[in-house]
Ligand binder design. Structure first.
Ligand code: ADP
Ligand code: GN1
Ligand code: MG
Length: 358
């Protein structure tokens, strides 16, 4: 975590505290003010080459959601992100280095979990992500920028992965041959969803695309979903990306960076809770999408694992890391989960049929 901004501000007698906050892998996030007042973020320019596109998308989406939440009698300051404008009325500030800063209202009395404690939390998270997708179903998709091109195009992720293996920029390739083989052995899976979208077999929808559990805030008392956050990658995509990525993270028995792989398995109870909540909220799910639900978890987990491994090979230039092998540790949990999901695939497919009753 880049602490320079917080350290710099804390030299002033502002009467407010600034501290790095959260467990995001991408942006620099700070809690500013009395606990619970503001969230300040510096947008990661390596990941988002056009921060103005990111801001344009989020402003459009939050404004749209705000209206719908008010119509439904909800509280928009709690149920979606709210920007605090600069003194001259702008939605973000660009500093002398060209860095983009944005300020959100802190959503109070809401928790983001790094590891799921109870299957019911997954049910709530699924409902929140499902509702989010429903509310955006009539959003003008053509107005959204592609903030990261080919974000969930797994075929393109394989291309980038092979480039990272060939370049071996950090000289780490020789130590991770088993992990590289694990990825290459599964290249046949890469096209299944992108090709189905291209052939019109599954629909494009407006999706969140980064549905890990700490991107939804839950009420610590009722356990219910409060607010879907981290809207940097809201773009046209597949429902399968949101479903698969949420269970990649939330269906695991442990943390994404657990070093002891004997503690990592794919938890079928969590899978059942999430699937139930998601299908309940999204009755528009097609038979083709339903049939691919379990596969999408494997695909999103494989994709995320190969992205961690590619970043390890590239010298840790994309994801924030807290120690030398962090990306390697992360990719190993993902590959353990992929192997687990492969073993349980028939069981998971049968469970989806039963839950959906189709
Ligand atoms: P990243 O893209 O780096 O993952 P996020 O936007 O997800 O950044 O923010 C990182 C973390 O900060 C979140 O997981 C959440 O815990 C916390 N957070 C972000 N925005 C808010 C907010 N408006 N209110 C409360 N917590 C927030
Ligand atoms: C990143 O931003 P964050 O930490 O919520 C990443 C996701 C990965 C995830 C893995 C924009 O999510 O795609 O699945 O890490 N976000 C981006 O934990 O690349
Ligand atoms: Mg996040």
């Amino acid at each position: 975590m880049n602490k320079s901004f917080a350290e710099m501000l804390n030299h002033f007698d502002l009467g407010i505290d600034v501290a790095p906050y959260g467990n995001g892998h991408i942006n620099d996030t700070y809690l500013v003010g009395v606990p619970g007042q503001f969230i300040v973020q510096r947008i990661n320019k390596v990941v988002f080459p056009h921060p103005e596109y990111v801001m344009d998308n989020i402003m459009g989406v939050t404004e749209f959601l705000r209206k719908k939440i008010i119509e439904a009698g909800g509280n928009p300051d709690r149920e979606t992100l709210t920007f605090i404008k600069t003194k001259d009325g702008k939605p973000y500030y660009i500093d002398e280095n060209g860095d983009y800063f944005r300020v959100y209202k802190y959503v109070d009395n809401a928790v983001s979990y790094t590891v799921v404690e109870k299957p019911e939390q997954l049910y709530s998270a699924a409902k929140a992500f499902g509702k989010f997708q429903n509310m955006l179903a009539d959003y003008p998709a053509h107005t959204l920028h592609e903030t990261i091109v080919n974000f969930h195009n797994t075929k393109d992720r394989y291309r980038q992965f092979k480039e990272a293996v060939a370049n071996d920029a950090a000289g780490r390739g020789k130590d991770v041959q088993d992990e590289i083989k694990f990825v290459l052995d599964r290249e046949g899976d890469a096209g299944i969803v992108v090709d189905a979208i291209a052939e019109g077999k599954i629909p494009l929808r407006v999706t969140h695309n980064d549905t890990k559990l700490n991107n939804v805030l839950l009420d610590p008392v009722t356990g219910e979903g409060v607010c879907v956050i981290d809207l940097d990658t809201v773009m046209p995509g597949s429902l399968l990306y949101d479903y698969g990525d949420a269970l990649r993270f939330g269906g695991s028995s442990g943390a994404e960076d657990e070093k002891d792989l004997s503690k990592i398995w794919f938890d079928v109870e969590k899978f059942e809770s999430f699937t139930r909540g998601f299908i309940e909220e999204l009755p528009s799910i097609t038979d083709e999408e339903l049939a691919l639900l379990p596969f999408s978890i494997k695909l999103m987990t494989l994709e995320c694992g190969l992205r961690f491994l590619a970043d390890y090979l590239n010298g840790d230039v994309y994801f924030k890391t807290h120690y030398a092998d962090h990306n390697l540790v992360r990719c190993r949990t993902q590959f353990k989960l992929v192997a687990e999901i492969e073993e349980k695939m028939d069981e998971l497919n049968a469970m989806v049929k039963k839950i959906a009753n189709r």
